[in-house]
Design a protein around this ligand. Structure first.
Ligand SMILES: [Mn+2]
Length: 322
């Protein structure tokens, strides 16, 4: 029995399901969660969908069908038949929901991160999948759930963002085949692209300008990096939730081996996003520094201040080169 069949069977037996994704969710996190929500509701399940911190819901995904169903962790029931975690590599990324996780009769982990810790009773983890959205699609197929335009739109949002608009290594033949099926199911491809890629706020546009002006190049490491401070956010009125795609602007620099963006958080710690420019994989570096992610796209949070976090990354990269 395949992983998708096993999850489909567990879902078909369940009456009450809690579904969620990781803290600071990206397009695949919210897309796969909202698609699962739509599928499960249509299948007649009682679904409680939530995020560890709803305030961190990225504004460019507000348009997705099912968004209004998302609950605060406090609104969850005492227990459920199945707790479904999507696009989540480990339990710490679900922290405020740990009680709900522990009280579930069955826990299910559906993910494509290579560093997934297999933290649930049922683990459907496939690092060769383009996105968790692709795995949710396979589960829906195994369960014979009907794919309507709403679920397809959510899945497409996950697929298009996790593949970087079908430009990354994970833009596999099966990713393109899924895109075709979703488009055929009624996704407004142009509309989704406009919402996700052409709806940035004026404050964020100005913040982007500030960050791009600061771009630096470290020759021996072929490292391209920039940073965003709390003062930048205050000055422009932008929010950190809007900055998900900022690093994609940095990775456009030719010749980069590693691309890094340092974001100063409200408590003074720094969130570091990493992307591979070419062959060098950033996943192991992120893990070394206490984070995780994919081979080519990863990140971590450091308690060091902005200046020292930049030094910390350069040292880690030099150690790896040496
Ligand atoms: Mn993903």
């Amino acid at each position: 029995m395949s992983g998708a069949d096993e999850v489909a069977q567990a879902m078909q037996k369940a009456g009450k399901v809690i579904a969620t994704s990781h803290v600071n969710p990206d397009g695949d996190g919210v897309g796969s969660l909202l698609a699962a929500t739509v599928f499960l509701q249509d299948a007649g399940k009682t679904v409680f969908s939530c995020l560890p911190d709803l305030r961190k819901y990225p504004p460019q995904y507000e348009f997705l069908p099912g968004r209004e169903a998302l609950l605060e962790p406090e609104a969850l029931p005492e227990s459920c038949d199945v707790f479904l975690a999507l696009d989540c590599s480990n339990l710490s990324r679900l922290e405020p929901l740990e009680k709900a996780f522990r009280s579930a009769a069955l826990t299910v982990n559906v993910d494509h991160h290579e560093d997934n810790t297999f933290f649930a009773d049922v683990n459907y983890v496939d690092p060769t999948a383009s996105s968790t959205a692709e795995l949710v699609y396979r589960i829906a197929e195994a369960a014979s759930w009907r794919l309507d335009g709403r679920a397809a739109t959510c899945l497409y949002a996950g697929l298009v963002t996790d593949t970087g608009g079908f430009r990354h290594r994970n833009a596999t033949p099966s990713a393109f085949m899924l895109a075709a099926k979703l488009a055929a199911a009624g996704v407004d491809v142009q509309g989704v692209a406009r919402e996700i890629y052409e709806s940035q706020s004026l404050p964020y546009t100005r913040l982007l300008g500030i960050a791009l002006t600061r771009t630096q190049w470290e020759d021996d490491l072929r490292l391209v990096f920039s940073y965003v401070t709390q003062a930048d956010l205050a000055e422009t009125g932008a929010t950190l939730a809007e900055t998900e795609d900022l690093i994609d602007h940095l990775r456009r620099v030719k010749g980069a081996a590693v691309v890094a963006l340092f974001k100063e958080l409200a408590d003074g710690s720094v969130r570091v996003s990493l992307r591979s420019g070419d062959r060098l994989e950033v996943g192991p570096i992120a893990r070394l520094l206490g984070g995780g992610g994919h081979a080519m796209a990863a990140g971590y949070t450091t308690s060091k201040d902005l200046e020292n976090s930049i030094v910390e990354l350069k040292d880690a990269l030099r150690d790896r080169h040496a």
